[in-house]
Design a protein around this ligand. Structure first.
Ligand code: 2BA
Length: 109
């Protein structure tokens, strides 16, 4: 058994939840915050059998889009880069960041 932890953009969370429901994938949705942008994102915890992992990864890949976003350079990065302006910088926020964890047990009481 595996536990997938998938961090995705809020904009894709409803569509992904619908895809999970259609495919009978059980998931728990958490409201999370990205450490870099300090903006809301969504994290799904998905427990599933090993033989379903690839299918669910495919579902996530097909449903979640990468988008570019303009951000003002954080002060810490400006200092690190020796930059002196707060010009907006374009960054690419990925469609999904997914961790696949081995799971020793699954219990429901
Ligand atoms: P954030 O931490 O808010 O990061 C949003 C986007 O900002 C990242 O997109 C990346 O394009 C950029 N970014 C992040 N850290 C950066 C840095 N030190 N320097 C320059 N640019 C940086 P993604 O890489 O697609 O990540 C999307 C979200 O996935 C992240 O939101 C975070 O919540 C999560 N994430 C990404 N990698 C992670 C990891 N290794 N561990 C835990 N969470 C992760």
């Amino acid at each position: 058994m595996k536990l997938l932890i998938a961090i995705i953009q809020d904009k894709d969370s409803q569509a992904l939840q619908q895809e999970f429901n259609k495919s009978n994938v059980r998931a728990t949705k958490l409201s999370t915050t990205g450490g870099f942008l300090k903006a809301g994102n969504t994290t799904f915890m998905i427990g599933l059998d090993d033989d379903r992992v690839d299918d669910v990864l495919h579902l996530i890949k097909e449903t979640c889009q990468s988008r570019s976003q303009f951000v003002t350079t954080p002060m810490s990065l400006e200092i690190a880069m020796d930059a002196h302006s707060s010009e907006p910088v374009e960054i690419q926020v990925g469609g999904a960041t997914v961790f696949v964890l081995p799971t020793d047990g699954f219990h429901q009481f």
